[in-house]
Ligand binder design. Structure first.
Ligand SMILES: [Zn+2]
Length: 591
């Protein structure tokens, strides 16, 4: 490993690899290029017959991959420019232009997917068998066959989404990303972004924690009616399109099918999690003692138990993460380092920049881009490991096509959470002080809460909310249902206060990608189980793990995991993940 890694510092990413700017000739050329390719693609319409020879068929699929590659670049440039500054008008208008452009070309090329879904089983098998790496992509399109509308209807849905649900989500982002939160700290009123408010929410000062949460939901609550209405519109649109027109059996099945995970497996995951909420109740009671209160307030969930809130220089964080990856497998560390060395990491905090963190994998040949808001807390170090884990996952699968290198959602959180586990492992290994070890275990339980219990209860809320909206529930009724959801989630272990009724309108995921959230729980529990295997098997586990990641999205998640001996329909498998957590709480209770 290069010795220079300690010199990494917080900075903005460089999108130059995609395009040099909004008025770059290459950007315009990309639009023109796609236009040309799509026009030529339209010419193949007549060749599409069920008995088409495999050579011609593959040429057509390859041509559509080429177009997808360019579109992905343009889309990513627009999306990433918008994320780095959501108030940038050039980025906003490029985003609008790209969305409109993509909807139009989707419409012009729609005939291929529609034809493909219609091909008889025998010929479809013949063509898929000859399609190599494209096979699973082609198979996946056919999964949607029973839910597909006529070409004319599909076109209307596509066009209407641009100015409908997608515009609504962009508006939600634009409104909520410009919120300013006022917090008095040491006698001075600070104006903060949501990312800057976060350290106070998770900080050591109990009064500040409460006031930061109150301010967060005061601001969201002030727009609560509008944001609630946006959610209702999103849920209605979801219902109208997917249940009414496409005839899916439930709002959540839509996501399950695009994840290619059986409804049965997701329901088992949700049920097993509900049954295990008691593990977290035990944990919160323990944490109350640690924090020195009789009963934990909702404000104190993420309270640090450590005496000092140590800040980490970014260079130090980068070193720890890269070293922990390399210790597991040198190649993994090298891949992560590429993200730094190519300036694909936007880590600094800026006003107007999108909050939170994400990793964007564009095409197999591009090193992924990572966005985060680094403020120097231990949690940010974990986020760095998490997002770089995503990047590694995409890079390990870069030998697949543009259509198949992306892992599907349920496996998408595997490398990221495993990355966090590797970091924790390193911290535990280097730490001899019992008190600090306890802190690390506490932090792991905090994270397990945030990724498992919390996300599953979001999914349960979404399931309920979509149903309620259908029955014309008001925003206040949804808020009341959300409070009930929290009561069940925390049992008698945590004291809730009134303003948390607005938490749901502050969760971008439930607007952006309904039912996305269970993928986090899926990923985390899966990783606990994989980690157990790693501990038990040592070196021989590594190739199996790398194989899971390298598969990307070239096969159904259920199949990829079955090869590693995992049955996602079995309650026992999911329970295994909770047993790991239960043992952690046991250990904490002993300490
Ligand atoms: Zn993630």
């Amino acid at each position: 490993m290069a010795t220079s890694i300690n010199t990494y510092s917080v900075k903005k990413w460089d999108l130059g690899e995609l395009f040099s700017g909004f008025d770059s000739p290459e950007l315009q050329a990309a639009f023109d290029n796609v236009e040309e390719q799509v026009t030529s693609f339209e010419g193949v319409r007549d060749k599409l017959k069920a008995d088409i020879d495999t050579k011609t068929f593959l040429e057509i699929v390859r041509a559509s991959e080429e177009t997808a590659r360019i579109v992905n670049r343009v889309y990513a440039f627009a999306g990433l420019s918008f994320a780095e500054d959501t108030q940038n008008q050039e980025a906003q208008s490029l985003m609008g232009r790209v969305q409109q452009f993509v909807a139009e070309i989707q419409n012009r090329t729609l005939f291929f997917n529609l034809w493909w879904k219609d091909v008889d089983e025998e010929n479809a098998k013949r063509l898929m068998n000859a399609s190599g790496d494209y096979r699973y992509h082609l198979e996946e399109i056919r999964h949607f066959k029973p839910y597909t509308l006529s070409e004319a209807e599909e076109k209307v849905v596509n066009l209407k989404d641009v100015t409908g649900s997608r515009a609504l989500i962009n508006l939600y982002d634009a409104i909520t990303n410009r919120y300013v939160f006022k917090l008095e700290v040491d006698g001075e009123v600070k104006e903060l972004t949501r990312a800057q408010l976060q350290p106070y929410i998770q900080g050591p000062d109990a009064t500040l924690r409460a006031r930061a949460y109150q301010e967060l939901y005061r601001v969201f609550g002030e727009d609560g009616t509008v944001l609630g209405q946006m959610y209702q519109t999103r849920a209605r649109d979801w219902y109208n399109e997917n249940i009414l027109m496409r005839k899916f059996s439930s709002p959540m099945s839509v996501r399950n099918l695009s994840n290619d995970v059986p409804d049965e497996a997701v329901n088992v995951l949700l049920d097993v999690t509900k049954k295990n909420s008691r593990i977290f109740h035990r944990y919160f009671k323990l944490k109350a003692k640690q924090v020195g209160v009789k009963k934990l307030r909702r404000y104190d969930i993420y309270a640090p138990v450590a005496k000092s809130d140590k800040a980490f220089e970014f260079g130090e964080a980068a070193r720890m993460v890269l070293e922990s990856f390399s210790a597991f497998e040198p190649k993994v560390g090298e891949l992560a380092q590429r993200v730094f060395d190519q300036d694909h990491l936007d880590s600094e905090v800026r006003k107007g920049k999108q909050g939170g963190a994400f990793c964007a994998s564009i095409n197999p040949e591009n090193t992924p881009f990572v966005l985060m808001n680094y403020t120097g807390r231990a949690r940010d170090v974990a986020t760095l490991a998490h997002e770089l884990g995503h990047a590694i996952h995409a890079m390990l699968a870069s030998h697949h096509s543009t259509f198949t290198f992306h892992s599907s959602l349920p496996l998408a959180e595997t490398a990221s959470t495993f990355g966090e586990m590797m970091l924790t492992e390193k911290l535990l290994a280097e730490e001899t002080d019992e008190a600090v070890r306890r802190d690390i275990l506490f932090k792991q339980m905090d994270d397990a809460f945030a990724t498992i219990l919390r996300q599953v209860y979001f999914a349960l809320f979404e399931r309920q909310a979509h149903e309620m909206v259908q029955k014309n529930a008001s925003t206040d009724e949804l808020s009341a249902a959300y409070m009930e959801n929290l009561k069940e989630q925390f049992g008698d272990s945590v004291e809730l206060s009134e303003e948390f009724k607005w938490e749901w309108v502050s969760i971008p995921h439930i607007y952006h990608t309904p039912f996305y959230v269970y993928a986090y729980a899926f990923g985390q529990l899966l990783v606990f189980s994989l980690y157990q295997q790693f501990k038990a098997e040592g070196e021989s586990f590594k190739p199996k793990y790398i194989k899971i990641l390298s598969a990307g999205g070239s096969e159904a998640p259920e199949k990829i995991l079955a090869e590693a001996g995992i049955d996602i329909r079995s309650a026992k498998f999911w329970q295994g993940g909770f047993d790991v957590l239960s043992r952690m709480v046991d250990e904490l209770e002993r300490m």
